[in-house]
Design a protein around this ligand. Structure first.
Ligand SMILES: Nc1ncnc2c1ncn2[C@@H]1O[C@H](COP(=O)(O)OP(=O)(O)OP(=O)(O)O)[C@@H](O)[C@H]1O
Ligand SMILES: [Mg+2]
Length: 432
């Protein structure tokens, strides 16, 4: 609403030089100004990349987005994104539209990798020709999280050690003590040194039946070593025989043919309702994905991780590493979660993991904030450094409309879907 301001006294204040035109002071919304000046619109972030929709806060001009182009232009210093919002606010629809249009605009220069805990990207995969890896206990597809990275990478062994540690700590529900950590680290390093592929089952065997070298390194008697190793042997056994069984406990069975197509969807819907297993499965799957995506290629990768809270629950440290590596390998990671605190609230406050989880946000410069429940607004304001006005918008956004915060710049954009996309992305079919 425009509002005429009348200060005390009979005459409204005047602005401008008294020698020029005398006009009364007005306040107006952008919507009113846009109707007064219909052809004046902000060009948002430029037109590199796919069209997303309209920039509501800048006269309804077109809104285009491509994290790689903005990185090259110096607008962003990393290409990672977080998409957060209440249930049904439009997160998935915007991400799917962005992926679909990125493939349409950039063709084979883009590759899409999706970690799909709900199985909701399968129609998208079929329609756009993405390969699907279906992980289910006892299923046909298996991924080996102990697979080496292609090329000569000195951090490879450390990555595999830290993944094994995170998985075992996740099962035990506590960090490993110094001896356990050393034992697991030695076992992984010894197996890696042979140059042959190995699996978590081989790691379990190497600790259950330690080589003489490992016993000597530990400076303990075989009996003392066996006692110290008991918790990790049980944890590894649980991982291989139950939690990750039939999915991550053997050699990778998925061929490399997925690499030549437009993308890959890893379907984890079979374990979505198992809240104990899901974070461990997500950790193993994100780790496998980041290993295979670190390759020399001209393709830029858009990696989507839905239900991101589960991926960071046991793996904040591991996950942070892959966000940082993303720039080296041209990978933009897009995390989707309901609440802004989903990433930071997974570990107890004050622990190293909690600090790492909080630090994840500093490696994510594009924050796409859909409607927030009122109790989340103060948290969103603090975590995403929103202004007072942006925080107010965050609780008032309609479906499909989000506050895009890039570094310190904020704008509200409405994702415009085509009729085809609306039908394809409809997750409300049962309700309507
Ligand atoms: N920009 C839009 N224009 C029109 N319809 C939309 C738009 N965005 C989302 N929708 C519709 O709203 C419904 C919910 O959207 P979506 O599944 O993207 O929500 P979500 O935030 O991902 O929900 P959840 O939290 O359950 O994952 C879908 O049926 C979708 O088609
Ligand atoms: Mg969704």
């Amino acid at each position: 609403m425009s509002e005429r301001r009348s200060d005390a006294g009979s005459r409204p204040p005047l602005v401008g030089s008294f020698r020029g035109l005398r006009i009364e002071r007005h306040r107006a919304t952008m919507a009113h100004l846009a109707s007064v000046y219909p052809f004046h619109v902000d060009d948002s972030l430029g037109q590199a990349g796919p069209y997303i929709g309209v920039n509501v806060t800048a006269g309804m001009g077109g809104f285009y987005f491509d994290p790689f182009a903005l990185y090259v232009a110096g607008v962003l210093t990393n290409p990672n994104m977080i998409v957060t919002g209440d249930i049904g606010s439009g997160k998935s629809a915007t991400v799917k539209a962005f992926l679909r249009r990125s493939l349409a605009v950039h063709g084979s220069r883009r590759f899409v990798a999706i970690l799909d805990p709900k199985g909701e990207y399968l129609p998208f995969a079929h329609r756009h020709g993405l390969a699907v890896v279906r992980l289910r206990p006892g299923g046909r597809d298996r991924l080996n999280p102990m697979d080496p990275r292609s090329g000569d990478d000195s951090s490879d062994v450390i990555t595999r050690q830290s993944l094994a540690t995170a998985l075992v700590a996740g099962v035990l529900g506590r960090p490993l003590d110094a001896t356990e950590d050393a034992l697991l680290g030695w076992a992984v390093a010894n197996l890696a040194r042979t140059g042959h592929p190995f699996t978590l089952v081989d790691v379990t065997a190497a600790i259950t039946d330690p080589a003489d070298e490992l016993i000597a390194l530990s400076r303990r008697t075989p009996l003392e070593l066996a006692q110290a190793a008991t918790p990790i042997v049980f944890a590894l056994d649980k991982l291989c025989s139950r939690t990750l069984a039939g999915m991550f406990d053997g050699p990778t069975t998925v061929g490399e043919q997925w690499a030549s197509g437009p993308g890959l969807v890893v379907d984890l819907s079979a374990v979505y309702n198992d809240h104990e297993a899901l974070p461990l499965v997500m950790l193993a799957a994100t780790s496998w994905l980041s290993t295979v995506l670190q390759r020399d290629s001209d393709q830029r990768v858009l990696q989507v991780i839905d239900e991101a809270w589960a991926a960071v629950r046991h793996g904040a440290r591991h996950f942070q590493g892959s966000l940082k590596l993303a720039r080296t390998y041209g990978v933009s990671t897009i995390l989707i979660c309901h609440r802004p605190s989903d990433l930071t609230a997974q570990a107890d406050d004050g622990t190293a993991d909690a600090k790492i989880a909080a630090g994840l946000l500093s490696d994510i410069q594009t924050r796409v904030i859909f409607r927030q429940p009122i109790d989340q607004v103060p948290i969103a304001r603090e975590l995403f450094a929103l202004t007072e006005r942006e925080a107010t918008w965050a609780s008032q956004l309609v479906r499909g409309r989000a506050l895009w915060k890039l570094q310190t710049r904020g704008l509200v954009a409405h994702t415009v879907l085509t009729a085809d996309e609306m039908a394809e992305f409809d997750t409300d079919a049962a309700m309507s």
